[in-house]
Design a protein around this ligand. Structure first.
Ligand SMILES: [Zn+2]
Length: 215
């Protein structure tokens, strides 16, 4: 049974690739952000604890993250798993290693969906979103048929307030500070493979299949 970590900067397509891969190959797509939101919305013992942090605008501590990961492994002993949005720090890397050892599982690979900073900026700064249906466009790579209007419903597309160069630079700085040690860690363990996130979506998917299943 495989465990594959997906890493990548903002706008790299990491989340899209994780969703495609899990659907095509029957992996569980464990998206940490989504898992926390879903757990918090329920009535489990962890729900109230998670809400006590998120309602106060605080990060959920690693001991709660650890319990969530333990529950996920316990419920999916016979499944291949993709980890998306986790681990996010070296503490979480260590936590994951402890939990995998308890569960008798091993990491298959860490896939880094790589994208140069210029490409990230181009994707984010040219991104436009339909306020009506949520469809996402890119004025350069995936433009609407007519000027800044949604193909599906004709609404005027919007530029998200946080899709600016300033916010982007801040996000990239945080990403590289958090993620570089994780990349270095898996690289020195011989588990890291970089794929070219600038390639088209299908090509990126094929690159990832090669990493996980071999050539
Ligand atoms: Zn629309």
């Amino acid at each position: 049974m495989n465990i594959v970590i997906f890493l990548g900067p903002p706008a790299s397509g990491k989340g899209t690739q994780a969703a495609r891969f899990s659907e095509a190959h029957g992996f569980l797509h464990f998206d940490m952000g989504k898992a926390l939101r879903e757990e918090a919305a329920g009535s489990s013992p962890l729900a109230e604890e998670i809400r006590s942090y998120t309602n106060a605008g605080r990060l959920v501590p690693n001991e709660v993250v650890q319990r969530l990961i333990q529950l996920m492994f316990a419920a999916n002993q016979e499944r291949d798993i993709i980890l998306d949005g986790f681990p996010r720090s070296m503490e979480q890397v260590e936590l994951l290693e402890r939990v995998m050892e308890e569960a008798g599982r091993n990491l298959t690979a860490a896939v880094l969906v790589n994208l140069p900073e210029d490409d990230i900026a181009e994707r984010i700064l040219n991104r436009r979103v339909c306020p009506q249906c949520g469809r996402v466009y890119n004025l350069v790579t995936m433009p609407p048929r007519s000027d800044e209007m949604c193909d599906d419903d004709g609404s005027v597309l919007e530029h998200r307030a946080d899709d600016t160069e300033e916010v982007l630079n801040e996000r990239l700085a945080v990403y590289s500070e958090q993620t570089q040690p994780i990349i270095d860690h898996y690289e020195s363990a011989g588990l890291l493979t970089r794929v070219d996130g600038a390639a088209d979506v299908d090509d990126v998917s094929r690159q990832i299949e090669k990493v996980v299943f071999g050539a």
